[in-house]
Design a protein around this ligand. Structure first.
Ligand SMILES: Nc1ncnc2c1ncn2[C@@H]1O[C@H](COP(=O)(O)OP(=O)(O)OP(=O)(O)O)[C@@H](O)[C@H]1O
Ligand SMILES: [Mg+2]
Length: 396
């Protein structure tokens, strides 16, 4: 991480926007930057800035956007940012998660239905396309859209026309579609699970969100942001993050990406009683006594399996090694294990797998200085001036 300054700084929210409001080099992004700051979207890495440029570029036009990225990388956040930075922000952003709705109901959710269209259709109902008229429709988990519905979506994308279920009347809408997925849609096309024509129609402006482990420079800012957020939600004042905690956060692999980081910090804030974030936030990654099972560095290393949980853990880790730690997508560990991706991630968290992976890789010795967010209270400075280096990570 570049540019550590030894200084007392302002509040986290001021700092968050400092990192987003940039100089002339990114002047094209100014509107997007403001939007990101308003939405509390945090980041300052080169990859994040490239993303910002893409948001700025695509927001004003009506083209379809396809956002791809692992779970928790911020696909929904970026979709909202595009909507908010676009002229359509005056109207609604309507979201539909294609994986969360049974396929038999998806058609009526998307297009609505007429009274009497099917048993139980007692009134005429507006679908998401109509609800999003003049605004933006976010089709989340688009890879789960059933094949038989795909031609209907293609038609409304191309002709902006559709009919409600059970209705002969053609409706015209003005909707910008943003699709998101953590699956490799191109691969689904090759496997004939997703129609090529719809893929090309959606993929007008592709955006690939990098996993958190590929933009580790953003971890301190995100961590500070989440500490601030959860401390304020829990009525606490937390001014400092121990360096050993920050180092552990920076070294972790984050299979659940920003969502996982958020959850770790929330748990840490719950465990914190004073002004310094509890070292317990990450101690299960850095201590040797946290879990009964070691993760082998090489597949050949012996694993001590005593319980069913140990067996589950070992099997999941072996699968993750095979898939090179890819969780989602048709060739990811979730598919190999025949589990929904979210179930696998929850299992990994419950079994401490991400913790184990990180611990087995890092083996770092914790440093003693404290990284500070916001002003370090003078009380704390007096007490620990000899031990603490008051550091703030300021980008640029
Ligand atoms: N740049 C960011 N700054 C602050 N918070 C973020 C950022 N990106 C994501 N988050 C937070 O991380 C969490 C996950 O983000 P989001 O729901 O957008 O991910 P996703 O890619 O849609 O995940 P999934 O594939 O599981 O649906 C959210 O709580 C979101 O607010
Ligand atoms: Mg999402």
């Amino acid at each position: 991480m570049g540019g550590l300054k030894e200084i007392d700084v302002g509040t986290t929210s001021e700092r968050a926007s400092d990192t987003i409001i940039t100089t002339g080099k990114f002047s094209k992004s100014t509107e997007a930057e403001k939007t990101m700051a308003i939405l509390n979207v945090i980041g300052s890495s080169t990859k994040f800035r490239a993303l910002l440029d893409s948001v700025a570029m695509v927001a004003p036009v009506d083209s379809a956007v396809l956002i791809q990225g692992e779970t928790g990388t911020g696909k929904e956040v970026i979709a909202r940012a595009i909507h908010e930075a676009s002229p359509r922000r005056k109207n609604r952003l309507v979201a539909l998660n294609c994986a969360a709705i049974p396929s038999t109901l998806l058609e009526s959710e998307l297009f609505g239905y007429e009274k009497g269209a099917f048993t139980g259709a007692v009134t005429q109902t507006v679908g998401r396309f109509q609800a999003a008229d003049g605004g933006t429709l976010l089709l989340d988990e688009i890879g789960d859209l059933p094949l038989e519905l795909q031609p209907k979506l293609l038609r409304v994308l191309q002709e902006k026309q559709f009919e409600r279920l059970g209705g002969g009347h053609t409706l015209q809408v003005d909707v910008r579609v943003i699709a998101a997925t953590n699956q490799d849609l191109g691969q689904l096309v090759r496997e004939r699970k997703f129609r090529a024509d719809l893929y090309y129609r959606l993929n007008v402006f592709p955006m690939i969100l990098p996993p958190l482990r590929d933009r580790r420079e953003d971890i301190p800012l995100l961590a500070e942001h989440f500490v601030q957020k959860f401390a304020s939600q829990q009525g606490k004042v937390i001014d400092a993050i121990p360096e050993e905690v920050m180092e552990a956060l920076e070294h972790h692999d984050w299979p659940g990406n920003i969502r996982e980081l958020q959850n770790v910090i929330e748990r840490g804030v719950i465990m914190t009683t004073g002004p310094v974030l509890s070292p317990r936030t990450t101690e299960h990654w850095t201590r040797g006594d946290a879990a009964p099972l070691r993760v082998p560095r090489a597949a050949a290393e012996p694993v001590d399996i005593k319980t069913l949980a140990d067996a589950d853990r070992a099997h999941i880790i072996a699968t993750l090694r095979e898939t090179k730690w890819v969780i989602g997508g048709p060739h990811g560990a979730a598919a190999q294990l025949e589990l929904p991706r979210t179930t696998l991630i929850a299992k990994m968290q419950r079994l401490g797998i991400s913790d184990e992976i990180s611990r087995s890789r890092s083996g770092q010795s914790p440093r003693r200085f404290v990284r500070v967010m916001g002003g370090l209270p003078s009380r704390l400075q007096d007490e620990a001036a000899a031990d603490l280096r008051v550091m703030a990570a300021i980008a640029g």
